[in-house]
Design a protein around this ligand. Structure first.
Ligand code: S3P
Length: 179
């Protein structure tokens, strides 16, 4: 199947979507777009502020709107928020937008990565490790259902993940192979 020429990254918080996505965009000559950043630009509010003042439901509606806006674009690497796969509408939108790659990592690695940043609203609980574990369990099947391709980034260097991702995207776009 030949996909629309966008690379969409899904995966749990801390899976490396933004950092891997930026490098993949450079390699493909695509524009890098982060849906959280787009929401912040469109609303003038930080994600944590939206969760705090308007609640998660309002954030999810803005997330869907951002994906709808991106569905008209070409040649973008789109890094999505970890919860972008929650609604059936988003799941089909993501697959329409382009080639969907899921970045995964072990629970230990994810916890270590998300612990470096305390801004994530969904992990502001008394037991973030348990919260993370429950979210991973609930979302795993949704990532699997949405992704066209998946890579486990737990034990490989970031450069390897980017190389494999870019190769998979080129194949998905049916670009001629270069040697
Ligand atoms: C969320 C992940 C965050 C951000 C928001 C909700 C989630 O993005 O969209 O805090 O539901 O997993 P990252 O995956 O980039 O951290």
């Amino acid at each position: 199947m030949q996909h629309r020429e966008n690379l969409v990254l899904i995966g749990f918080m801390g899976s490396g979507k933004s950092s891997v996505g930026r490098l993949a965009a450079k390699a493909l000559g695509f524009q890098f777009v982060d849906t959280d950043q787009l929401i912040t630009e469109r609303t003038g509010k930080q994600i944590s502020e939206i969760f705090e003042t308007e609640g998660e439901e309002s954030f999810r509606a803005k997330e869907t709107k951002a994906l709808e806006e991106l569905s008209t674009r070409f040649h973008c690497v789109i890094s999505t928020g970890g919860g972008a796969v929650l609604s059936p509408k988003n799941r089909s939108l993501l697959r329409e937008i382009g080639f969907v790659a899921c970045l995964s990592a072990s629970e230990e690695v994810l916890f270590e990565r998300v612990s470096r940043n305390t801004k994530r609203p969904l992990l502001q609980t008394t037991n973030p490790r348990e919260t993370l574990s429950k979210l991973i369990e609930a979302r795993g099947p949704l990532y699997a259902e949405t992704a066209h391709w998946e890579i486990d980034t737990s034990a490989i260097p970031q450069t390897t993940a980017v190389e494999q991702l870019v190769e998979a995207a080129k194949e998905a776009f049916a670009w001629p192979q270069t040697c």
